[in-house]
Design a protein around this ligand. Structure first.
Ligand code: ADP
Ligand code: MG
Length: 256
């Protein structure tokens, strides 16, 4: 894959919940190794974009294409086949705001569940991968712990390991630190930053603008289900062209 090739290319995604139109034609391209930060006010559709890319929501229209062998191209104008949906879900992995670990499973079991049950990989291989990844994020000793025995920051690091264990083409982070106590935010952002430096391709929904500025290649500002502004992180966050972006960035900077 050439370095400039898009891992993901989404065009004109539209989605309504009943009479509430939430996405009004979203385009998104993410190139290999690129980090895209998605920002915008609550209710602007950010989570719905991520969930649509991961096949957790099915858009009413638009297209999604993933590079790779084989490539995947889906047009939501027609009903999605089970095979395409399974393939779509396999392309990316989500890290959720509230970690979403299975409470009745150990850390190890949480991590190997997808690789073993869904991807049908050999258990021994999945366990070895999980142990290596836990070591990486400093949680090797928590292998047999249950989620309730961990801090929020530790749970989210497990959430990140669980996503990595799926070996996705694209990592999706949905406000990964917004449920954490302030003193635990740094350890999670640190892990995400390392992954970005390692070359993982990712889309991150975040309100941490300083973090976005330091890791993101591109920032996309959404409001009301549309992309209002997009561009290099430094430009969008320091010198926004649109009034709506300016107001949002100013307000967030004042809050922190
Ligand atoms: P954001 O992540 O930017 O806060 P969301 O994508 O979560 O925005 O939500 C956008 C809008 O879609 C909101 O008005 C929300 O209430 C609505 N919405 C999201 N998911 C659902 C759902 N499953 N059913 C009905 N409405 C939803
Ligand atoms: Mg959200």
């Amino acid at each position: 894959m050439s370095p400039t090739e898009s891992v993901l290319s989404a065009r004109n995604l539209v989605k309504s919940f009943g009479s509430n139109t939430v996405l009004r034609g979203i385009d998104l391209d993410v190139r290999t190794g690129q980090v895209v930060a998605l920002i915008g006010p609550s209710g602007s559709g950010k989570t719905t974009v991520l969930r649509s890319l991961n096949g957790l929501e099915i858009p009413d229209g638009g297209t999604v294409a993933f590079a790779g062998t084989p490539a995947l191209a889906i047009d939501f104008a027609t009903p999605i086949s089970r095979k395409d949906l399974a393939s779509l879900r396999d392309r990316s992995a989500m890290v959720f705001q509230h970690y979403n670990l299975f409470p009745h499973m150990t850390v190890l079991k949480n991590i190997i569940e997808g690789p073993v049950q869904v991807q049908k990989r050999p258990r021994a291989e999945a366990v070895a991968d999980a142990e290596r990844l836990l070591e990486r994020v400093g949680l090797a000793d928590k292998r047999d712990a249950y989620p309730f025995e961990l801090s929020g920051g530790q749970q989210q690091r497990v959430g990140i390991v669980r996503a990595l264990a799926l070996k996705p083409q694209l990592l999706l982070f949905d406000e990964p630190t917004s449920a954490l106590d302030p003193e635990l935010v740094g350890e999670v952002l640190g892990v995400i930053k390392e992954l970005a430096e390692e070359g993982w391709t990712m889309v991150i929904v975040t309100h941490e603008l300083a973090f976005a500025r330091s890791v993101a290649d591109e920032v996309i500002f959404m409001d009301g289900g549309v992309v209002v502004e997009r561009g290099p992180a430094a430009e969008v966050l320091r010198a926004p062209r649109q009034e709506r972006t300016r107001q949002f960035v100013q307000r967030l900077n004042h809050d922190v």
